[in-house]
Design a protein around this ligand. Structure first.
Ligand SMILES: [Zn+2]
Length: 375
């Protein structure tokens, strides 16, 4: 293994690992974890995701008799994530501007591995540690959704997958994805438009009536994609609308989802030509549940203590998005999302400060030490 976390991180970002193509990086990480003394195994989550390898699980037995502590990061990246050419200055690491960097989430991976390496190098006693590197987080948390939860014995854990080092996220909303397919009636737009039902017009009217954006402090909704029509001289008979709704409150999520679907259904059914009535197919998919941890929870206190030890600024926030942590929490395993220092993720301007790469590693090391100390 490389001497410094910087060299190691640079090696990781050079490995192509867009979602479903995590095999190469996973094999390398498995080898490195084994070299540090872990027992490793892969699950078969990729059978559900059509990826080329499963989630990677590693167990460090430790020499303090306690339940293990879990650290998670995801191995996949968004696109354009292949052939990353890292540019290293004395302060930060970027891509060459043609791709993302992949600090989301390889900064988390490198920090977890080098925190453990530090403990091993210094022969420090520590509690057992579980590491779970997931696949296909970026395409719907598919790895986490297919984890074999019976493998995990930790009482709580850390998803290293957020912005500021030292800060954690203790709550995130639930999300529904909603797909509407409006069926109108095709007709010649110049010769006999009265014989058709314009699906684009229905869509426009319904969307205009829908509540959208920030609904309240804990609820949002959005129409993000609309597709339909073939030519200007055809009354279009089909429109597909893709929307989403999020809320920290499950009742409000249901309410906003119902409101959006009711508006579309009502608007569609107003249109009839002879014995044909316009219709709409609605598909609602729950992407993930919300989660909320309390400031008094052990894991929150542990994060803060370790942050203080490292002179990092601590905060416990509520997020607007979902991550693997939503899935872990829904499966009864409390997880916070912890910052690694990643910046401008999912863009070609993504960057990672060298200082953050190191302080994130130190923070994790301190979390493990504090956890190992206290009962
Ligand atoms: Zn991520």
């Amino acid at each position: 293994m490389k001497n410094t976390i910087i060299e190691y991180f640079v090696d990781l970002v050079k490995i192509d690992s867009e979602s479903k193509n995590e095999k190469e990086i996973a094999i390398k990480l498995a080898k490195d974890l084994e070299n540090l003394g872990a027992k490793i195994k892969f699950d078969k989550a990729n059978k559900q995701t059509s990826g080329n390898i499963g989630n990677l699980y590693a167990y460090f037995s430790g020499n303090i008799d306690k339940a293990p502590l879990l650290f998670n990061a995801h191995m996949d990246t968004v696109t354009p994530g292949n052939r990353v050419k890292p540019q290293i200055s004395d302060k930060k690491i970027t891509s060459d501007g043609n791709t993302i960097l992949g600090s989301d989430d390889k900064s988390g991976i490198a920090q977890i591995i080098y925190a453990i390496k530090d403990l091993k190098d210094k022969n420090e006693d520590h509690a057992p540690i579980e590491v779970l590197f997931t696949i296909s987080e970026e395409i719907g948390l598919l790895g986490a959704k297919n984890v074999n939860y019976a493998w995990l014995n930790s009482n709580f854990g850390f998803a290293m997958d957020a912005h500021n080092v030292g800060e954690i996220t203790i709550g995130a909303p639930a999300q529904n994805s909603i797909k509407f397919i409006i069926h109108g009636l095709e007709a010649h737009a110049g010769v006999a438009p009265q014989e058709g039902i314009n699906a684009i017009k229905i869509a426009a009217e319904a969307i205009a009536k829908m509540p959208m954006g920030k609904i309240d402090d804990e609820t949002t909704s959005n129409v993000g994609i609309i597709e339909g029509g073939k030519a200007t001289n055809i009354v279009p008979n089909k429109v597909v609308i893709k929307a989403e709704a999020r809320s920290h409150n499950s009742e409000k999520l249901k309410e906003i989802t119902d409101e959006m679907t009711n508006i579309l259904t009502e608007q569609t059914h107003k249109y009839k030509v002879k014995d044909f009535t316009a219709s709409v197919d609605i598909e609602i998919e729950k992407e993930y549940d919300s989660f909320h941890l309390e400031p008094e929870d052990k894991i929150v206190k542990l994060s803060k203590k370790a942050s203080d030890n490292c002179n990092l600024k601590f905060s416990a926030q509520i997020a607007g998005g979902g991550s693997d942590a939503n899935i872990f929490n829904a499966n009864g395993l409390p997880m916070v999302i912890a910052g690694t220092g990643m910046n401008k993720v999912h863009t070609v301007n993504e960057f990672m400060k060298i200082e953050d790469l190191q302080s994130g590693r130190d923070w994790i090391r301190e979390i493990i030490k504090e956890y190992s100390k206290n009962s």
